[in-house]
Design a protein around this ligand. Structure first.
Ligand SMILES: Nc1nc2c(c(=O)[nH]1)N[C@H]1C(S)=C(S)[C@@H](COP(=O)(O)O)O[C@H]1N2
Ligand SMILES: [Mo]
Length: 222
């Protein structure tokens, strides 16, 4: 749902998308081991980086403060359609967490600020039959998780990283962060969160990537 009046830069990286689909078909990077997150901070097959790589489909939307809108809807008691000011007026908190990308890099100790998923849940109040959460982004990207994966203390809608606004290339003004799943589950340039009764696999989930995406179980591919 890329809004028409949102300016974008860059070109769709079709080659990269094809290569990542090949990885899924070939089962690349799989070590065949699992780990326990309580004991092993680094999931199997991952390596640590100090920088923060940029990964996306290639087109980066320029979501200005004026044009930003975040819709939260679906099977909820209280739908929201928020301007950036309204989003910033929701209860804010801070979080420290790691990131794990399926392309093998992990980055420790990221300081985030934003609205926690649990704070949001207490405001929108999903219906009893809600089971899934679908994310849509300004570049047309989509991804999906289960409601129980969303309803965790470290899941956040973030607007700050290391005390500064999240840059455009990393998904500012507002992106998702689901730190205990592979990072493709964390939509950048967040546009809409939908609570649903049935699942709706997203961009990578329909291209060979695992629906559950637990890095410690090495759930890279489906
Ligand atoms: N809107 C949007 N969100 C996205 C993506 C994307 O292409 N578009 N790529 C995903 C993937 S595959 C990864 S690894 C992370 C990368 O986030 P980063 O560029 O901030 O490191 O964003 C995820 N969220
Ligand atoms: Mo990724």
């Amino acid at each position: 749902m890329a809004d028409e009046d949102i300016e974008t830069t860059g070109k769709a990286r079709d080659k990269l998308i094809e290569r990542k689909q090949d990885w899924a078909r070939e089962g690349r990077l799989l070590t065949g081991t699992t780990a326990d997150p309580a004991q092993d901070r680094l999931p199997p097959g991952q390596r640590l980086v100090k920088d923060w790589p940029v990964l996306d489909l290639g087109t980066q939307p320029h979501v200005t403060e004026q044009k930003f809108r975040l819709d939260i809807d679906g099977v909820v008691e209280n739908r929201l359609s928020l301007t950036l000011d309204e989003f910033m007026a929701l209860p804010q908190s801070e979080s420290l967490s790691d990131m794990h990308c399926v392309t093998q890099w992990s980055r420790y100790d990221n300081h985030w600020k934003g609205v926690s998923a649990q704070a949001l849940l207490s405001i929108v109040r999903p219906a009893k039959e809600a089971n899934h959460v679908i994310f849509q982004a300004y570049d047309g990207y989509t991804t999906n998780i289960r409601l129980d994966q969303f309803d965790q203390p470290d899941v956040f809608l973030v607007h700050q990283w290391e005390g500064k606004p999240i840059s455009r290339e990393h998904g500012g003004p507002v992106r998702m962060l689901v730190p205990r799943l592979y990072l493709w589950k964390s939509a950048k340039w967040l546009r809409r969160i939908q609570f649903t009764i049935s699942d709706r696999p997203g961009f990578w989930e329909v291209r060979g990537y695992n629906n559950n995406a637990d890095p410690w179980l090495e759930e890279r591919y489906s």
